[in-house]
Each structure stands twice: as C-alpha cells, then as structure tokens.
Design a protein around this ligand. Sequence first.
Ligand code: SF4
Length: 357
Amino acid sequence: MNARVTATLRTPADLVAHGLASPDALSDLEKVAARYAVALTPDVAALIDPSDPHDPIARQYVPAVEEMATQPVENADPIGDHPHSPVAGIVHRYPDRVLFKLVHVCAVYCRFCFRREMVGPGKETALSDEAYARGLDYIRAHPEIWEVILTGGDPLVLSPRRLREVMRDLAAVDHVRIVRIHSRVPAADPRRITDEVVAALKAPGVATWVAVHANHPRELTAQMRAACARMVDAGIPLVSQSVLLRGVNDDAATLEALMRGFVECRIKPYYLHHGDLAPGTAHLRTTLEEGQALMRALRGRVSGLCQPDYVLDIPGGHGKVPVGPQYLSGEGEGDGAGLRVTDYCGDVHHYPPREGA
Ligand code: SF4
C-alpha cells in the first residue's frame, strides 16, 4: 500500500516517497514534470493501487515517460482556444456562449489535459483584476452571450468569496442566463465543495450548472457522491464530462459502471470526449473507431439516461461535433423510399417496415 498521503503530491520525488512511482524512473519523471505540472490530492492518491502497474487512476495522474514524445499531429493548443480569444481569459467560439478562464491552476493535473501547455504553476496565472474587468466588459458588450462557461484551470479552486463575486458579476449582466462551471474538484478534492462554496455558486438571475469531470467509476467515492449531493440538493443541476482514455475507461464494462454511477449521483451523462491531440498524450488516446464501438456497446447495456454524447473537438478551433455511431442509413438507389435502422443488438431493420415484415 502507498504511505498515507496528507498533502497534495507535487513532485516525482513525492510520488516515489509514497510508493506511487519507481525510484528508477525518478530522473525521467523529473524531465516530464519540468514540462507538465504534477499534482495528486490525498483523495486521488488514496485511490491508487501501487501494486497494479496498470492502475487506471495512476494512469490519469502519475506522469509517464511517454509524455516526452510529441507526435507531429499534436498541438499545444489542440482545440484552438487562441484564435477565438478576443481578450485575455475569454474564448468566443460559438455565438451564444463564451468560455471565461479565470485561473490556470487545478487541484490535480491530468496527464491527458488538452490545456496542459497552459495550466499549472509557472504557466499563465490567474487573470489580473484588469484582465478580469476587460473579460466582463466583453461579456456585457455582447448581448448574444446567453451562457458563460467557467473553466480553466479549475474554477472551483477559487475561494468561496471570489466565487461569490464572480457569480454576482455575471448574474448582473441581463443577457447572461446560464453559468456553467467545469470542474475536477468534486472528484479530486470533494471536501472543497463545502456548504459555503455551494451557496457561493448560486446567484439570483442566473441558473448555475456544474459539469463534473471523472473518468473511472472508482473516482465516484462516498466523499465525491456527498459533494455532488450537496450541490444537487441546493438546486444546482449536474452533468458529466469524461475523456475516453486508453487503459482507463476504454472498455464497455468500465464505461457502463461510470455512467451508471453518474446517474446514481444525479449527474446526467453529458460528454464523453475523444482524446484531444494534446502534446505527449498519444499513449492515452483511442481511435475514433474504438470509441464508436464502445458507444454502440454502451447503447446495448444502459438506458438513454446513461448515454453521454461521444464528441470530438475539431482541431484548430472548429468546435465540437458528435462522432458516435450512426444507426440510420439510406436504401440503395431504386430500392424505393425507406431507410435501414440498426438496433442495439446490431440487427438491421427497414423503416418504415416492409409489407409482411
Ligand atoms: S483538471 Fe481539467 S484543466 Fe486541470 S489538468 Fe485536469 S483536465 Fe486539465
């Protein structure tokens, strides 16, 4: 077992000291850590089985030497935030919504992060007061913005006082009706979701939604479930956000358990992201075909309530599109009107049914 962890582990030496990395790997992992931030909270560290070399929690958080290999297709800004950033902190990709990136630090650092070149100590820092004011001015000046998505970095590392101020500022903008907060904190540091934080997330005039990021059913601990219950019971709807990751959740049984777990927590499965082309993450990416096969399998195993959208962020900033399997196809030319539809077992049917069928 790993030695009991009482504070966030931030260096390869910390990981070695707690049995979460081999001493032989130390110098390689220090090179990785010099490039990409490392942080494992005590909650995350406690979930890792150090005797399992393929542990799915370790794979998400413990640096690996493969991260030093960048593929030609990989890109420091894989989903194209920069070309759509009119002012610091704002990404305006779709007409009715913006990302507002308040901080560039997180409670934990995920090895597959699509913003890994932007987050972590020594990267960009939190928005200055002036930059925050300019971001807010941009939102005020664009009446088409209906939804503001707080992302990062992880906005739930902010103090309750700061969260309260941000929510009040956004709620004061008439055309902003929805504030959506994307966070890894409910799973990675659930005790941060105190009653004070929950209260700070609510502001008259806007509906707050929280997108909870978790990738493996073991992350849905009793503490995580309690943190989510505090938010839902306070009237904050939750949706899920997961990344399809090789060796973590790329099998139907794990995905099924994860999605069922979300629904049990009153979290509606929302996104299953295809792995972005972030530098040094090829070992964690599946193919799109594998993702589609998994979604087809999931359709046969769980109800619609448990189905996320399998989505790809088109490299270059062209937005997100669903890339799940297709169930409908056209008939051959001259075959008359009608379609073919594939059921969850893979059997094909005509629609509308043919006479006598
Ligand atoms: S919490 Fe989110 S922003 Fe932070 S490292 Fe993980 S994926 Fe990236």
